[in-house]
Design a protein around this ligand. Structure first.
Ligand code: BEZ
Ligand code: FE
Length: 294
């Protein structure tokens, strides 16, 4: 057949994949084409609407730089990132749940001694974090690595601060022989995802707010175990029930206990009120099977 109508076009496009020698790719593309065509038929998409979508995606691409990933932000705000994560990292045997990495990860944060203050000179209320990294069978994991990052107490990440070129509120901490970690940083606050680009325009058009609840990010890894990209969320923070990127997991919400100025857990004197927070992360052994894509 050389000419197609609004129904036969879908099978014709799928048929072009007949010679594809990658079965998984062919399956994904077949499904993508079917859903995309169904969507166009279902909403009777106009040419003007399709052109608007193309220019929106073009803008998303043009907004990406080496410090800004607008496509990830689009995936995050459409819930696709969390859907992919949830499918690929089911919470099993009490293992720490995964959530979005977000666009503000910066590889190569300094490895610091346990107890270090990651947020030296960063605005925000002091918070002392501690806990353990364990295998799902309860065995403490020595030498596990916590790669930690957060915004400041006003919700700004170093990358977002004009003129700031260095890392702030970031660091990597290893666990001791008993799997314990501890460090000082700040109590993170809620903040908006970047709204000065096309995704911000989309959120305003939808009528959705752009805020994420207060959280600190961590990637936790240990020999022989599956790494986890996760957060700790501040219990009671605004927007826990309407995270703009759908990344909130109840199991990651923790109490930040408030203390008056005085002696901190590490013995140092803090002259403002401060917080303590404790959380144990359980990692799955690396032999766990990957999800079946058949
Ligand atoms: C973040 O938590 O850093 C983040 C996650 C997704 C989109 C924007 C920011
Ligand atoms: Fe964040």
């Amino acid at each position: 057949m050389r000419e197609f109508d609004e129904k036969s076009i879908t099978q014709a496009v799928i048929a072009r994949l007949a010679a594809c020698d990658d079965p998984r790719f062919a399956r994904v593309m077949t499904s993508l084409v079917s859903h995309l065509h169904d969507f166009v038929r279902e909403v009777s998409l106009t040419e003007a609407e399709w052109f608007t979508a193309i220019s929106f995606l073009t803008d998303v691409g043009k907004t990406c730089t080496d410090k800004r990933q607008e496509f990830i932000l689009l995936s995050d705000t459409l819930g696709v990132s969390v859907l992919v994560i949830t499918l690929n990292h089911p919470a099993e045997a009490g293992s720490a749940e995964s959530t979005v990495q977000g666009p503000f990860y910066w590889e190569g944060a300094p490895e610091l001694p346990r107890g270090s203050n990651l947020a030296q000179g960063v605005r925000g209320e002091p918070a002392f974090y501690s806990g353990r990294v364990l295998s799902t069978d309860g065995r403490p994991l020595a030498n596990a690595l916590l790669d930690i990052w957060s915004g400041d107490g006003e919700g700004n990440y170093d990358m977002q601060i004009p003129g700031e070129t260095g890392m702030r509120a970031r660091g990597r901490i290893r666990t001791d022989a008993e799997g314990r970690y501890w460090f000082r940083s700040i109590r993170p606050t809620f903040y908006p995802v970047p709204t000065d680009g096309p995704v911000g325009r989309m959120l305003r058009k939808i009528g959705s707010h752009p805020y994420r609840p207060g959280h600190v990010h961590m990637i936790i890894s240990a020999p022989g175990h599956l790494p986890v990209t996760t957060h700790l969320f501040v219990a009671g923070s605004r927007y826990l029930d309407s995270d703009a990127v759908f990344g909130m997991k109840e199991s990651l919400v923790v109490q930040f206990e408030r203390h008056p100025a005085g002696a901190a857990p590490d013995g140092e004197r803090v002259d403002t009120p401060f917080y303590t927070v404790s959380y144990d992360f359980r990692l799955r052994p690396a032999v766990a099977t990957a999800p079946d894509h058949a």
